[in-house]
Design a protein around this ligand. Structure first.
Ligand code: FAD
Length: 702
């Protein structure tokens, strides 16, 4: 295919979608302005002067004991914990750590608190339940026992950490006194399961990143904002060698950073927005942080670390086609268990785990007789299943028993519960605060008004795949990757997680990485590796003509939409790999950046190309369908056959891909001990008992 044909292909990537009336692909603004050849003359006509001094290639050298890539929830918690161990900690953050990342807007529910004073279930009992029920289908399908065990042991202490840094986690002003979800002893407010009490409503969650930021400063952590990690540095520059630091690109000045470190933590979150791209549609509909470009996968892949579960194929739940999450009528997640009514005001009934109708609102938050706890939402085994709206609602709508549209009837909810859903949960649920404030300003009154559930909800193109949690860097009981000196925390780990998983794995790697740093030396960087990286990332500014990053990203999304879809086959995926190679060798090699902003967005596209490549290879390697991870292969239709119940593990050795495998419970097999408690004792730097104490007590155990 000729170069001009390829250009047409990229254009179609946008225009085809627009023609189809779904508005995805290249936004008009991009085709009109950005896609123009970026000649110096054209640029002169349209551009505002760049407001920062530009020094492409200028080197800055920073040294650290522990280097943290990504100052989100996990990175910040890791930084503070490591600094408290007495090592020199540096954070490299692509945005501004004070508000960056998915948790930048806040957190309303904090999961897995099994060690607070009134908890009825211990972490070990919870792990035992997971194993008995088949843990691979609970929490995160094909998930990981290490992160679960860390979560259950350290979630409450991590919450106490953030409390000690200034986040209000309790109802200290007694605003919810007497509410069923308030624990009188601890003044903690719980959500979903008022008996099991394992998820806390964080009363002051909206400013959690501010608290992290201030504490990092207090602990002497050096924060380098607006620097994108572009590569890992390895001993002697060899792929697969010990990681000895990372390179960074300043997103405003274009300067080059060399970070030398004894140990390095990747906490740059998971990839998002690989299947769709539109500058117009994303906005508030973007669920994850827009800086989540999958750099963890790319950084680890190029350095030779093992990756796994990239074939996971999540459904598209957000991404420009839907109303902003938390901003429409529903009864799940943040809005659990809101009343739902039909268009005639008829209430939709709730049932218990066995389908028995529930008479009162309160019953929606309580366990069934004899049940210790329930897990709200999603697929759960009966032992931990919770109340829900009638499961046959769609059929009953089709028969005419209920008429569309449905509405969330906040006004019909008991006042204290209404306040908890709207003013506590929605307000603190990260970007939910925007919804809260915008709706209130527009006159929405939760005491009177209902909120419609849009009929189109959940109707993004189903063949496209969605936000990516639960795929990435492989790790051991130190949360160390397969490379010496490289650790992983938060959603960059292959098992994904949530806010509490990010905080607890950050806390954990803060300890394990600093333990390693205390025994390791700073090594000299390899000059050839530095020069190769500079050549790679600065190439786009040396081009005076070519497509821009918007077009490149839209073209990549089109490849994923067309060749890595809901149902996969070997032939189709190989076509996708062909196109990826083509775009990498042609358009990406010619892409043009006119300023540091365009440059880092372009380098993100390079990361995305790597991530897409690994996704294709992982998907080709799993030769069986696995509906639990939404992975459907038309050429291997058998669902989850026993011989494929394993992790497919990929890495690069001398630039060549190697495919391996690991058992799903590799973390309980040799060389590890056969129990969680024993592994935790050996690796965590804490005994389980010490881990379960609040932050002050834990410090005295370290
Ligand atoms: C709207 C919303 C609401 C949510 N609500 C909840 C909730 O109530 N409860 C809950 O448990 N979970 C919630 N989550 C999920 C939770 O926020 C995430 O699980 C958590 O933030 C993950 O932490 P992390 O540190 O892995 O990633 P992040 O917090 O996203 O941090 C990653 C950081 O890495 C930076 N970065 C990325 N690439 C690079 C690079 N190359 N170089 C340097 N820095 C880089 C990013 O800028 C970011 O600061 C919510 C998420 C969203 C989006």
């Amino acid at each position: 295919m000729s170069r001009s044909d390829r250009r047409d292909f990229l254009k179609q990537a946008g225009q085809g979608a627009l023609a189809a009336g779904i508005g995805l692909g290249l936004p008009e603004a991009v085709t009109a302005a950005e896609a123009k050849p970026a000649t110096a003359a054209a640029a002169k006509e349209t551009r505002q002067p760049w407001p920062y001094p530009v020094n492409y290639g200028k080197e800055n050298i920073v040294e650290a004991d522990v280097l943290i890539l990504g100052g989100g929830v996990a990175g910040s918690h890791a930084a503070i914990t490591a600094a408290k161990q007495g090592v020199k900690v540096v954070v490299m953050e692509k945005g501004a750590a004070i508000r960056s990342g998915c948790g930048g807007g806040g957190v309303d529910h904090w999961h897995g608190v099994f060690t607070h004073p009134t908890s009825k279930v211990t972490p070990d009992e919870m792990m035992e339940t997971i194993h008995r029920l088949g843990y691979k289908y609970i929490f995160q399908e094909y998930g990981n026992g290490i992160t679960n065990y860390i979560l259950f042991n350290e979630s409450y202490p991590a919450l106490c950490d953030v409390e000690s840094w200034g986040v209000n986690i309790r109802d200290t002003k007694d605003e919810f006194k007497g509410a069923e979800f308030r624990d009188e002893q601890t003044k903690l407010l719980f959500t979903y399961d008022y008996d099991g009490k394992h998820i806390v409503r964080v009363k002051g969650g909206t400013d959690i990143k501010l608290a992290y930021y201030n504490e990092m400063k207090k602990q002497g952590v050096k924060i380098y904002d607006r620097i994108m990690a572009t590569s890992l540095l390895t001993e002697d520059g060899k792929q697969g060698g010990r990681v000895i630091g990372a390179t960074g690109l300043h997103t405003r000045t274009g300067e080059f950073y060399i970070f030398k470190a004894k140990s390095t933590i990747i906490s740059t979150s998971g990839p998002d927005g690989l299947w769709f791209y539109s500058a117009e549609l994303r906005g508030a509909s973007t669920h994850a942080c827009p800086n989540s470009s999958g750099d963890a996968v790319s950084l680890a892949w190029r350095a030779g670390a093992e990756l796994t579960m990239l074939e996971r194929s999540p459904m598209m739940s957000t991404g420009g086609f839907e109303y902003p999450l938390y901003g429409y009528g529903n009864a799940n997640n943040t809005w659990y268990p809101c009343n739902m009514v039909d268009s005639n005001g008829k209430e939709i009934p709730w049932v218990d785990r066995d389908g028995k109708p529930l008479e009162t609102f309160s019953q929606r938050n309580h366990t069934a007789p004899g049940q210790k706890l329930f897990w709200a939402g999603g697929r759960s085994a009966r032992e931990i299943a919770g109340p829900s709206l009638i499961p046959d609602l769609s059929e009953r709508i089709a028969k005419g028993e209920y008429s569309l549209p449905l509405y969330a009837d906040l006004a019909g909810v008991p006042p204290v519960e209404r306040r908890a859903i709207w003013a506590l949960m929605v307000y603190h649920e990260s970007k939910g605060r925007i919804i809260y404030e915008t709706y209130q300003k527009a006159g929405f009154d939760p005491d009177k008004d209902m909120l419609q559930q849009p009929l189109s909800q959940g109707m993004g193109p189903r063949q496209w795949r969605g936000g990516f949690v639960g795929a990435g860097v492989m790790f051991d009981w130190d949360m160390k990757s397969s490379l010496e000196g490289l650790y992983v925390a938060g959603e960059a780990n292959y098992a994904g997680g949530d806010h509490a998983v990010a905080a607890t794995t950050g806390r954990y790697t803060g300890r394990t990485s600093s333990r390693y740093a205390r025994t390791a030396k700073l090594l000299p960087v390899n000059r050839a590796q530095i020069e190769a990286e500079k050549a790679r990332i600065y190439a786009p500014v040396s081009h005076s003509e070519g497509i821009g990053w918007n077009e490149l990203r839209a073209g990549l999304a089109r490849i994923m939409q067309d060749y890595c879809t809901e149902t996969k086959t070997e032939t189709v995926m190989n076509m996708g790999l062909y196109w990826l190679k083509s775009i990498k060798e042609q358009e990406a090699a010619q892409v043009c950046a006119r300023n540091p902003h365009e440059l880092w967005r372009t380098v993100e596209c390079f990361s995305r190309i790597d991530t897409c490549e690994v996704i294709f290879h992982s998907s080709l390697s799993r030769k069986a369908s696995c509906r639990a991870i939404n992975f459907v292969r038309a050429d291997y239709p058998q669902d989850d056959p026993k011989e494929w119940q394993k992790l497919v593990v990929l890495k690069q050795v001398n630039g060549e891909m190697q495919i391996g495998e690991k058992p799903l419970d590799y973390f309980l097999q040799a060389p590890y001990a056969s129990t969680y408690a024993e592994n935790y004792r050996k690796h965590s730097g804490l005994s389980s008992q010490a881990a379960q104490l609040g932050s002050k007590e834990v410090e005295s155990h370290v």
